[in-house]
Design a protein around this ligand. Structure first.
Ligand code: ADP
Length: 367
């Protein structure tokens, strides 16, 4: 068990590629932290610096109270699980799990006890005599986790551990890892490019882009209050809709206008717009999630001041819900509506936006 602290951490490769740019984060003891962002944004490099597999170009990393910049990986008391499992093919599951403990010269009965306990937690007791080639992908991943668990580390680091599994198994293992975290009560730092994985697993999520932390928050806060256009577009599935338009202030009310559509901004949004000094004509981007758009008459009535009209292009039924792809004055919008209310292509429809769920971003700064 340990807290971690990363202070002004940089990684610069070959004196020119800034892979990690002024990374600052305090991780609490027992926290489940997820680093998420598109490929190449510096997630793995950050994790590898914590593990000691990559030198830190600048800044400091603390595990507990100890500064570990110069500490060898084996002396950091952390365990890392990789996406390719890195199991020894000629060893049985038991031997694979016991290997690190043997190297540490742990007594045999203690090794046996730890392997059995970990196997029980992961429900792989009956596989201990098998070699990796006789295991499924999911079972191999459990063994890789088992090898980390037996070491009883202060911190677990996981680098895309589920990316080699098929979609169904990934969902199962996602839950298993979350349960494991509950059971072990240890600090977990987990890297993924998959926002769904991040949203379902993390206590807090660190959203990265181009080596820079964009936002650190709980899943719900990220979803409800994305700090900029990148986070807004990256978090949430299906993706948030973005519409380009302008601000118009008229008769003491503030509107977001695009084409023929006037959306009256609620009090809190218009006061922010006014405080930031946006005048009539300022170009902005409005964000609205598909689930915050409605096409039933009662909601349209309720949100009449933020209702718009467009042409249905396609409907996709996904069971109880349907996605409505709508063209609004040349801009595309997806609405998540009830399947029973789906509409035929090429029909005009009114849609209401929940005014409380409207996000506004500056077109230039994207914030
Ligand atoms: P992620 O894990 O988010 O996909 P990485 O941390 O692997 O991203 O990489 C971040 C950036 O650093 C990328 O631009 C990558 O090309 C670069 N990079 C990673 N490792 C090296 C290396 N050993 N030498 C040079 N550049 C590297």
């Amino acid at each position: 068990m340990a807290s971690l602290n990363l202070k002004n951490v940089y990684k610069i490769f070959d004196e020119k590629v800034t892979a990690v740019n002024d990374f600052n984060l305090e991780i609490k003891d027992k926290e489940f932290i997820v680093l998420v962002g598109p490929s190449g944004c510096g997630k793995s490099t950050t994790l590898r610096m914590i593990a000691g597999l990559e030198e830190i170009s600048q800044g400091e990393v603390y595990i507990g109270d100890e500064q570990v910049n110069e500490t060898a990986p084996k002396d950091r008391d952390i365990a890392m699980v990789f996406q390719n499992y890195a199991l020894y093919p000629h060893m049985t599951v038991f031997q694979n799990m016991a290997f690190g403990l043997k190297l540490k010269k742990m007594p045999k009965n203690e090794i046996d006890k730890r392997v059995q306990e970990a196997a029980k937690i992961l429900e792989i007791e009956e596989l201990l005599d098998r070699k990796p080639k006789a295991l499924s992908g999911g079972q191999r991943q459990r063994v890789a986790l088992g090898r980390a668990i037996v070491r009883d580390p202060k911190v677990f680091l996981m680098d895309e551990p589920l990316s080699n599994l098929d979609a169904k198994l990934r969902v199962v293992m996602r839950t298993e890892i979350a349960k494991l975290h509950q059971k072990l009560q240890t600090t977990f730092i987990y890297v993924t490019h998959d926002q769904t994985e991040a949203m379902t697993m993390g206590d807090r999520i660190v959203v990265m882009k181009d080596g820079v932390i964009n936002q650190v928050d709980t899943p719900l806060n990220l979803y409800n209050n994305p700090i900029n256009l990148f986070v807004a577009g990256f978090i949430g599935s299906p993706q948030m809709n973005f519409l380009q338009g302008k601000i118009e202030v008229k008769n003491n009310s503030t509107f977001f206008v695009f084409g023929e559509n006037y959306i009256q901004l609620p009090e809190d949004k218009s006061s922010i717009v006014n405080e930031k000094g946006y005048l009539s004509g300022s170009e902005m981007i409005m964000g609205i999630r598909p689930e915050d758009i409605f096409n039933d008459s009662a909601t349209i009535e309720k949100f009449i001041k933020s209702s718009i009209e467009g042409k249905v292009e396609v409907t996709e039924i996904m069971g109880a819900d349907a996605s409505l792809f709508v063209d609004i004055d040349g801009q595309n919008l997806v609405a998540r509506v009830e399947s029973s209310s789906q509409l035929k292509p090429n029909t005009m429809t009114k849609l209401a936006l929940n005014p409380a769920k409207i996000h506004l971003f500056d077109k230039q700064t994207e914030e």
